[in-house]
Design a binder for this molecule. Structure first.
Ligand SMILES: *[C@@H]1O[C@H](CO)[C@@H](O)[C@H](O)[C@H]1NC(C)=O
Ligand SMILES: *[C@@H]1O[C@H](CO)[C@@H](O)[C@H](O)[C@H]1NC(C)=O
Ligand SMILES: *[C@@H]1O[C@H](CO)[C@@H](O)[C@H](O)[C@H]1NC(C)=O
Ligand SMILES: *[C@@H]1O[C@H](CO)[C@@H](O)[C@H](O)[C@H]1NC(C)=O
Ligand SMILES: *[C@@H]1O[C@H](CO)[C@@H](O)[C@H](O)[C@H]1NC(C)=O
Ligand SMILES: *[C@@H]1O[C@H](CO)[C@@H](O)[C@H](O)[C@H]1NC(C)=O
Ligand SMILES: *[C@@H]1O[C@H](CO)[C@@H](O)[C@H](O)[C@H]1NC(C)=O
Ligand SMILES: *[C@@H]1O[C@H](CO)[C@@H](O)[C@H](O)[C@H]1NC(C)=O
Ligand SMILES: *[C@@H]1O[C@H](CO)[C@@H](O)[C@H](O)[C@H]1NC(C)=O
Ligand SMILES: *[C@@H]1O[C@H](CO)[C@@H](O)[C@H](O)[C@H]1NC(C)=O
Ligand SMILES: *[C@@H]1O[C@H](CO)[C@@H](O)[C@H](O)[C@H]1NC(C)=O
Length: 862
């Protein structure tokens, strides 16, 4: 070819391109332009509809008749035929129903169709998708389609890429399912598949072995798979990405031979599958593995040898196993970016971190909940890229070395629950999101640099010896949602501006030496769910601006020196469930018409309240008038951010305090003890049928024990001791079969002690100091007349106990991957349901940790 010809050819090509370029209108077939416009008009655009996208824009907005449809954003036409062959509406903010009569189905020639990350608002996936017979790429992920994926999808025999993964699925249901026909039939025709992603689709079957041999990506996490993984999956010779995580019923066993044939595998995720057998010698052939997740797969003992051959590994997750050995062995992996080893039995010291060459790329290090000892080495120069450093719950000690405070990009620092001592230095960076230094022996003031962080969301410094004042600079933290400074030596007053922080949801300043009045003026924008100021030296009145805390669920002002009348206006807070004013100097009678409709724990004990017991108050306790027993799934009060913050409650029974780690919504308590209440016990208390604990002891109550108490069938603890109560013990109380603690001592009770059921279990101490009571010790007969027919104690009691322990089943939704580019994301999703043994709930707590960990690790990549 000579030069002239070449120039001519180039010119010709240029002209051709010009001829078909967007500047020339109406080259796309009219009917297809019309179909697209009709499609456009079926939807509104709303940025929220594409909230899962890093960036989204309403591509259809500028589609209009006056321009060539082939030039429209997201539309691609065949260069020669001008037919519309590609429609890319990913992240296009579309919202509305997607009907079967959609004009989209007129675009017969489509080869690629991407409708992912919009909001089709619970629409079904139409069987008509099966008519796009030329389709090679179909992506319907994360667009709020629900229901059954129609079997017609299996007609798309040219598909290379099929992505219908979902993220939404409500708490209890996966919103998409594969339906009654089986997985195997779906795959039968799809012989060209390269990529299959059905993350969080309810497949609920075994895994077939008829996968296309071209497969490179197989993403089936959280799909209710069961049975045994066919060995063939490991022999797919092009497979690079395999995720079967969160299928606890799926049994996975590694093949012992032929693994070299799947040496292309780069990402292998087997988190929370039923892994059985060993890691075979042949695993060492998988040298291209970059990411390996075998978290919660019951691996035990030393690290399996074949793992050490995977020298290219960049991300290694082995959390939640029973692995052991020295932590320093991991320095053999020179290319690590992520190392997550939490919840294992690793031991040894961290000195290997100071080897100069090691781990310059390391971004995520989590070795929480192991048995590491000794100090963190101080002479570290590498690790400059560290984003996460998580060493929580080991036996580490010494001071926190200064290099940690100088890490330039640190976002999450968790050194909690060790025995670190010394001061917290000033942080050099401004990148922190979470700082957890709680449960150590740290001292000195809160460093100023912590209060200048522009992204800080979680600050946990509780259970240390931190001293000094709380600077009002703390109010500069504009993104903070959790502030826990509990159990330190903080002094001075509470900064007034705290009440203006509009992002904080949990504020815990309890058990310090804070004094003065409760200064903060709570403004109307605030979002506090939990405020705990108990255990300080606060004086004065309850600030009336608390009425602005509309979302408040838990208020604890106990153990201070507050001198006020009953703040009855708190009853207007619509969500208040727990109110603790114990051990202050509150005084006067309680007269109120305010609602307190949601209240479930009210503790006013050890104050100077007087007058009659507040009948109106009891009347308004709507939440206590239901028997929450049958609601099935345990729920907890103010249970937000439970991964970081245990919303515990101290309850007092038998004069002993004990701490409930979380408060069940069925935990109903009234404690009015140690006041100067007088008069009769109102029988209306018998209407509060959900009540578990009633303590009216140490008052000056008189009159009889109301027989209406027989309705309190869930009552576990009744303390009426040290009053002036007279009359007989109503024999009806024998029906209180849940009663474990009864204290009627030091009153003026007379007559016979009832017998039968629980009453046969109480000791003398329940009754002593009542001169007129007969039948002491209760075992002694008190005459036949008073006898209630004996029945055996129902065994429900044991079961009842179990209801209080968190019985949780769960679904861990872990990784989701977009088509084309791999986009990681994950979500926790916890299903509370039927009964599981307690080991299971312990396991759950670990799992929750792990899931949150992974979720956070990936959320930046949404
Ligand atoms: C999706 O659309 C439905 C119905 O229009 C709406 O109720 C829902 O809030 C939307 N979801 C998002 C995330 O925009
Ligand atoms: C039609 O589309 C063109 C190009 O996309 C745009 O510049 C123009 O503003 C649109 N016209 C209308 C009426 O939307
Ligand atoms: C498509 O069907 C829906 C309901 O089935 C209806 O509301 C809508 O008007 C129909 N659209 C067209 C273009 O026929
Ligand atoms: C999905 O659609 C349903 C029905 O319109 C709606 O209630 C729900 O909020 C949507 N979910 C999301 C995450 O958009
Ligand atoms: C395979 O595809 C053809 C059409 O392409 C269809 O007729 C047949 O039913 C499909 N088989 C399955 C199992 O879906
Ligand atoms: C999944 O599907 C199976 C059978 O189709 C059904 O029994 C199960 O309840 C579904 N599970 C969820 C979480 O939707
Ligand atoms: C896990 O696999 C073992 C076989 O190795 C099997 O006995 C057990 O039933 C499986 N568990 C589940 C939940 O499938
Ligand atoms: C794995 O590593 C060991 C020790 O370094 C070596 O002897 C063995 O040959 C390696 N295996 C493979 C398959 O590379
Ligand atoms: C603190 O760490 C110990 C082990 O050192 C562990 O047993 C305990 O559960 C941890 N406490 C918390 C609250 O995580
Ligand atoms: C740290 O703990 C080790 C035991 O694990 C002990 O020998 C050492 O003295 C401790 N160091 C400090 C500074 O407390
Ligand atoms: C409460 O404050 C009042 C003055 O407002 C004072 O007279 C009274 O003694 C205080 N009560 C207690 C118990 O300190």
């Amino acid at each position: 070819m000579d030069c002239v010809n070449l120039v001519f050819l180039m010119l010709y090509t240029f002209l051709c391109q010009l001829a078909f370029s967007s500047s020339l209108p109406h080259l796309c077939p009219k009917d297809q332009a019309l179909a697209l416009l009709q499609f456009k008009h079926m939807f509104t655009t709303n940025p929220v509809a594409s909230y899962l996208c890093d960036s989204s824009h309403p591509r259809t907005l500028l589609w209009n008749k006056s321009t060539d449809c082939c030039s429209w954003d997201g539309v691609h036409c065949d260069k020669m035929t001008r037919q519309v062959i590609e429609l890319d509406l990913r992240c296009s903010q579309l919202q509305g129903k997607f009907h079967s009569n959609s004009s989209l189905f007129q675009l017969f020639n489509l080869k690629r169709l991407d409708l992912s990350r919009n909001n089709f608002s619970g629409s079904l996936i139409s069987p008509k998708f099966g008519e796009f017979s030329s389709l090679t790429h179909l992506d319907l992920s994360c667009s709020n389609f629900t229901g059954i994926i129609p079997s017609e999808i299996s007609h798309l025999s040219k598909l290379h890429v099929l992505c219908i993964w979902s993220l939404f699925g409500g708490l209890y249901d996966l919103s998409l399912s594969l339906g009654p026909y089986n997985f195997e039939l779906l795959l039968q025709n799809l012989t060209q598949l390269r990529e299959l992603n059905l993350h969080s689709v309810n497949i609920s079957s075994t895994i077939p072995s008829n996968f296309s041999s071209h497969l490179t990506t197989l993403q089936l996490s959280n799909t209710h798979l069961h049975g045994i993984l066919p060995e063939r999956v490991f022999h797919l010779s092009h497979l690079e990405f395999l995720d079967l995580s969160s299928n606890p019923q799926l049994t996975v066993r590694f093949p012992t031979t032929k693994w070299n044939s799947s040496a292309s595998l780069m990402n292998l995720y087997l988190f929370d599958v039923n892994f059985t057998g060993r890691i075979p010698e042949s695993f060492s052939h998988l040298t291209s593995i970059h990411e390996l997740d075998m978290g919660f797969t019951n691996l035990a003992g030393p690290i399996p040898k074949p793992l050490w051959n995977l020298t290219n590994i960049e991300s290694l997750y082995l959390s939640g196993n029973l692995l052991e050995g020295s932590i320093s062995q991991f320095s053999k992996f020179g290319n690590l970016r992520e190392l997550l080893l939490g919840y294992n039995n690793f031991n040894g010291q961290l000195e290997f971190l100071s080897f100069n060459r090691s781990w310059t790329q390391l971004e995520y290090l989590d070795v929480s909940y192991n048995y590491l000892t000794g100090p963190i080495p101080s002479n570290i120069s590498g690790l400059q890229n560290l984003l996460w450093l998580k060493l929580s719950s080991n036996h580490l000690n010494g001071t926190i070395p200064s290099w940690i405070f100088s890490l330039p990009s640190l976002t999450e620092l968790d050194l909690s629950n060790n025995t670190f001592s010394g001061k917290i230095h000033e942080f050099k960076s401004n990148t922190l999101l979470e700082v957890a230094l709680n449960q150590n022996q740290l001292e000195g003031p809160i460093p100023k640099s912590l209060l200048n962080q522009q992204f800080l969301q979680v600050l946990l410094l509780s259970h240390n010896n931190i001293s000094g004042h709380i600077s009002s600079a703390i109010c500069n933290l504009k993104t903070l949602f959790l502030l826990d400074l509990k159990s330190n030596n903080l002094e001075g007053t509470i900064p007034q501006c705290l009440g203006e922080m509009s992002t904080v949801r949990i504020l815990d300043l309890s058990n310090n030496g804070l004094s003065g009045t409760i200064n903060p003026t709570f403004t109307i924008e605030n979002r506090f769910n939990i405020i705990k100021l108990n255990g300080n030296k606060l004086q004065g009145k309850v600030p009336s601006s608390l009425i602005n805390c509309e979302k408040l669920e838990f208020l604890d002002l106990s153990n201070n020196e507050l001198n006020d009348t009953f703040p009855k206006w708190l009853g207007d807070l619509p969500h208040l469930q727990i109110l603790k004013l114990r051990s202050n100097k509150f005084y006067g009678p309680i007269r109120t018409d305010n609602l307190f409709a949601q209240i479930q724990v009210i503790d006013l004990s050890s104050n100077g309240f007087s007058g009659d017991l507040p009948v109106n108050l009891f009347q308004n306790f709507q939440a206590m008038k239901t028997n929450g027993e049958n609601s099935g799934t345990p729920k907890y009060v103010a249970d937000i951010y439970s991964y970081y913050y245990k919303n515990s409650l101290i309850v007092t029974t038998k004069g002993l305090d004990h701490e409930l780690p979380r408060v069940l919504t069925t935990q109903l308590i009234i404690d009015l003890s140690m006041n100067r209440f007088e008069g009769h016990i109102p029988s209306i208390i018998g209407d509060l049928i959900g009540l578990r604990t009633l303590n009216l002891s140490h008052n000056v109550l008189e009159g009889h024990i109301p027989a209406s108490f027989q309705n309190l069938s869930l009552l576990e603890s009744l303390d009426l001791s040290s009053n002036k109560i007279s009359g007989a013990i109503p024999p009806q109380l024998v029906s209180l079969t849940s009663l474990e603690v009864l204290n009627l001592s030091h009153n003026h009770l007379v007559g016979c002690i009832p017998k039968g059921k629980q009453f046969d279990t109480f000791e003398n101490t329940s009754y002593q100091g009542n001169d007129g009571l007969r039948g002491l010790p209760p075992s002694r007969d008190c005459g036949r007349d008073d006898r209630v027919p004996q029945e055996t104690i129902p065994v429900e009691l044991a079961q009842e106990e179990e209801v209080d322990s968190p019985m949780i089943s769960w679904q861990a939704v872990l990784m989701g991957y977009g088509c084309g580019l791999v986009i990681g994301l994950s979500v926790i999703y916890i299903m509370l349901s039927t009964q599981y043994p307690t080991w299971f709930s312990r396991m759950f707590v670990k799992l929750e940790n792990k899931i949150t960990t992974r979720m956070k690790r990936h959320k930046k990549r949404y």
